[in-house]
Design a protein around this ligand. Structure first.
Ligand code: NAP
Ligand code: HSE
Length: 431
């Protein structure tokens, strides 16, 4: 059975997908019975050298030509960005063509509208590759667990930042050098700011929360902090305390509402997420019926992402050939998305302070004034190099932030050098 597809984009993911379809196409057809015929591929620059050779007339610089081509029955959007990708996806859906996309930026901003459009047209809009690269997580959430109550989703969903943090912690690599390697390996976004600022993980966290809880969570409702300010000192201290620093995505659903956040986190070394290294991703899904499920695997890179895209292409092609009217992945219900201030977390703070009598009392006073309880405090260095390290008990974000703000205005505090959240109850250092 033949299916004509059009592909928007021939970069890291597009190159890997075309390699599978063109160079390994026979294995796809042997396993699935589908002859996937690449009709048109859109690129920005026709003169670039490509990793897979295609007939000259297949490449075009006009993405609308791909969407509108009469032999293109199914569109794969792997060009990235919201514009023009969003309008191209919408045009394909309006034309009754199934769409497969790996674009989390697009789905987290316009997903609700595009899913509704796909439903109206009765065609699938599939985005397995948009979250955690090669790990099947969208399908388990929208199919296997569709009837289940889900309370929490917790994970590492950005390969680039996990690669950087692993290299810095384990090999003492410089931040910039580790980022350059991640780019070289095809893990990073076209603009890697999306990775290191946490925006890419936030988009993925919003998609996971929306599917897990059945309430649409837009990407801009996710509290987001990146890894730009994590330095070697905090990685060392984390290690000495029996912790590692990870960029975590956390989505919680309670009676009060939904809270979704992405931030660097101290994770205990014996936590299963602590051993997730390099570009590997891992996602825990928690609910009363099944306790805890763990999904783990390659979270970025051309080949694993293309695997997820190809799986969606096969799925969408089967639906297309069956002529089925396709239902949306989840029917979203209204729900309350909470402000981040209400989240409760434990914090680690590193303060560069003046080393003289009474300083600790002043610092402790600020915590007391804001009703934040200190779990542990210890000092490194002395005189000009004095550093106070503190771990708090869990308190809501509003209070913790007011505390950090007040510490910045104390004369005896030269610098609030680091404020990092802690997963669990927090370390008690052996002094
Ligand atoms: P990429 O390497 O930057 O490739 C983008 C491709 O799209 C290039 O071929 C580019 O053409 C083409 N393109 C961009 N804008 C275009 C336009 N206006 N008209 C025509 N062609 C255009 O990106 P990628 O890493 O493959 O990522 C693609 C998508 O997959 C993104 O949404 C990304 O978030 C997602 N994703 C990536 C990964 C990963 O590990 N890389 C993993 C999961 C999901 P030229 O080649 O001519 O420049
Ligand atoms: N830039 C992304 C990452 C690609 O590093 O995780 C996978 O979505």
């Amino acid at each position: 059975m033949r299916v004509g597809i059009g592909i928007l984009g021939f970069g890291t993911v597009g190159g890997a997908l075309l390699h599978k379809l063109v160079n390994e196409g026979s294995s796809v057809s042997t396993k699935t019975g589908l002859e996937i015929d690449v009709v048109r591929v859109a690129v920005r620059d026709l003169d670039k050298t490509r990793s897979v050779s295609l007939p000259a007339d297949v490449l075009t610089e006009d993405p609308m030509e791909v969407v509108n081509h009469p032999d293109v029955q199914l569109v794969v959007e792997i060009m990235g960005g919201e514009d023009p990708a969003g309008d191209l996806v919408a045009a394909a859906l309006r034309a009754g063509k199934p769409v497969v996309t790996a674009n989390k930026a697009l789905i987290s901003s316009r997903g609700k509208e595009l899913i509704a459009l796909a439903e109206k047209s009765g065609v699938p809009l599939l985005f397995e590759a948009a979250v955690a690269g090669g790990i099947p997580i969208i399908r388990p959430l929208s199919e296997t667990l569709a009837g289940e109550q889900i309370d929490r989703v917790l994970g590492i969903v950005n390969g680039t930042t996990n690669y950087i943090l692993t290299k810095m912690a384990e090999e003492g690599a410089e931040y910039k050098a580790a980022l350059a390697e991640a780019q070289e390996l095809g893990y990073a976004e076209a603009d890697p700011t999306a990775d290191v600022s946490g925006a890419d993980a936030a988009a993925k966290a919003a998609i996971l929360a929306s599917l897990a809880f059945g309430t649409w969570v837009a990407g801009d409702r996710v509290y987001t902090e990146g890894i730009e300010r994590i330095d070697a000192t905090d990685l060392r201290i984390a290690g000495e305390l029996g912790y590692v620093i990870k960029l975590l995505a956390v989505a919680e659903n309670s009676e009060a509402g939904i809270n979704v956040r992405v931030h660097p986190t101290f994770v205990p070394a014996d936590h299963p997420l602590a051993v997730i290294r390099g570009a590997t991703n891992a996602v825990f899904v928690e609910g009363p019926s099944f306790d805890q499920l763990l999904f783990a695997g390659p979270g970025a890179g051309g080949a694993p992402t293309a695997t997820a895209v190809l799986g969606d292409v096969v799925d969408a092609a089967r639906e297309l050939l069956a002529g089925a009217q396709v239902a949306p992945p989840i029917r979203f219900q209204p729900g309350r998305v909470l402000d981040f201030e209400s989240a409760s977390t434990t914090w680690y703070l590193r303060l560069e302070v003046v080393d003289r009598p009474g300083v600790l009392a002043q610092v402790a006073g600020v915590f007391g004034d804001n009703e934040v309880s200190i779990k542990s405090v210890w000092q490194e260095g002395e005189d000009d190099g004095a550093t106070l390290l503190l771990v708090t008990h869990a308190h809501n974000e509003g209070r913790q932030r007011a505390t950090a703000q007040a510490l910045r205005s104390l004369d005896v505090v030269n610098n609030v050098a680091a404020v990092i959240r802690v997963e669990g109850a927090g370390p008690t250092p052996n002094l």
